[in-house]
Write a protein that binds this ligand. Structure first.
Ligand code: AMP
Length: 281
């Protein structure tokens, strides 16, 4: 596996890299890699693409400086994991490489409705930072396919919309959530949980599953309300647990049984903020 810290050397290498499919797949990450990330890489490698992974803890998408500082950065482990995964190249830029002068966000793309609801509401500025970094990385890597995990459901919608509106020449493939045996969605932030917290964190998925089991046409909002109470009684501090239209993320209070829904949750366990979601019904 090649490792590049500079865009120019990465691009030079990509120019000469050939494979049978003629395609490249890109998996942007913030590192602290786990099986969820690897499942995206496996997908690209399995299709015979040149697979590029980036690790960059993007400062502009953190609204909370403590979260940014505490974000795990086990680089040595990550490089070993990537080497074993069959990915062909790691792009590992420094902050100065990505944002040469400053971190100010200048982009004419308007995120719209998705910017200020759910994750956007609780993490102001987050999606502006995400859109900014993915744009920069796509311009550098120029992949044929961009792989995203639906673990970050709202992020997938924001990025798909941005790519469509800007007519960027890349196909987006979204892949399912990889979970622990307990049901807990794998996340880099899980590293910050104690063993007991990790066990408890599986209740987030359990709550989503209860909603999925009970949902039926008619009033549905009470199902989320009940799970919010349940999680808070168990020591979570719930930012939201809600049922929304899976295509638009508009909240759904009463369901006519036709459109696809998604249940989404974000909650703190101690200092660690966790998110999860489940497609319904
Ligand atoms: P991150 O490093 O958290 O920015 O994630 C990088 C990519 O991996 C994003 O597209 C995430 O949605 C995806 N991802 C993170 N966790 C999981 C998971 N448990 N299963 C599948 N994909 C994931």
């Amino acid at each position: 596996m090649e490792i590049f810290t500079e865009a120019a050397s990465l691009q030079n290498w990509l120019k000469n890299k050939k494979n049978k499919t003629g395609k490249s797949g890109f998996v942007p990450t913030m590192g602290a890699l786990h099986q969820g990330h690897i499942s995206l890489i496996n997908h690209s490698v399995g299709k015979g693409e040149t697979c590029i992974v980036s690790i960059f803890v993007n400062p502009t998408q953190f609204n909370n400086s403590v979260d940014f500082e505490k974000y795990p950065r086990p680089l040595k482990n990550d490089i070993e994991t990537l080497q074993a995964s069959g990915c062909h190249c790691l792009y590992l830029p420094a902050v100065e490489e990505i944002y040469p002068s400053n971190n100010s966000i200048t982009d004419d793309y308007e995120i719209g409705y998705l910017e200020n609801i759910l994750e956007g509401k609780y993490r102001p500025g987050h999606f502006k930072g995400v859109v900014q970094i993915v744009n920069i990385l796509l311009q550098i890597v120029k992949p044929d396919i961009l792989y995203l995990g639906i673990k970050d459901f709202q992020q997938c919608l924001v990025l798909k919309d941005m790519i469509a509106k800007k007519e960027l020449p890349v196909i987006v493939e979204t892949l399912p959530i990889f979970r622990e045996n307990s049901g807990l969605a794998m996340s880099s932030r899980n590293m910050r949980l104690s063993a007991a917290q990790k066990e408890k964190a599986a209740l987030l998925y359990a709550s989503l599953c209860k909603i999925k089991k009970q949902i039926a046409p008619g009033e549905v909002a009470h199902l989320a309300k009940k799970e919010e109470q349940f999680l808070n009684e168990y020591g979570f501090k719930t930012d939201y647990i809600t049922i929304a239209d899976a295509a638009t993320l508009e909240p759904v209070k009463t369901w006519d049984g036709t459109n696809k829904l998604v249940a989404l949750v974000a909650a703190y366990l101690g200092e660690v903020r966790l998110i999860d979601n489940l497609i319904l019904p």
